[in-house]
Design a protein. Structure first.
Length: 143
């Protein structure tokens, strides 16, 4: 039954392989808005110095799209669109998770010196956030 549901309700996220330019002096990865990701980047933020055992995220966005990249270290991203759940471990700086709106996410299991880079399709707007999981589930079921 779950497999059939997954076909009807596709995931609202995907893992992206970002471009790599390898060189003996070190690799370079870049991200171009509206080319590698389907939106112009309106906001960039990053998480770092996250204490051991801490969890970040714990919300969804109504309209915002995001790309999350572990530019240093590693962490786990738990994703839920109300129908499908998945945990993705990010530990390579050339991999990112592209998320559509209405994806509940939590991030945990940060390694020492991890840096979580987030590229967003919109500027900060508190009204776009859904911070209560029950409200998220109600919004998903109403859609």
């Amino acid at each position: 039954m779950q497999q059939n549901l997954d076909l009807l309700m596709p995931k609202s996220w995907k893992l992206l392989d970002l471009p790599i330019i390898p060189e003996r002096r070190g690799n370079l990865t870049f991200i171009e808005g509206e080319k590698h990701i389907p939106f112009a980047v309106e906001r960039v933020h990053y998480l770092y110095d996250v204490p051991s055992g801490s969890e970040r995220g714990g919300h969804a966005h109504q309209a915002l799209q995001q790309l999350i990249v572990a530019v240093a270290g590693s962490f786990d991203v738990h994703l839920d669109n109300g129908h499908t759940k998945e945990t993705i471990s990010l530990n390579r700086s050339y991999l990112g998770i592209l998320m559509q709106p209405m994806v509940w996410r939590t991030i945990d299991n940060f390694s020492s010196n991890a840096v979580c880079l987030v590229l967003a399709s919109r500027q900060y707007d508190e009204a776009d956030y859904i911070r209560d999981y029950r409200d998220f589930k109600l919004a998903v079921s109403a859609a």
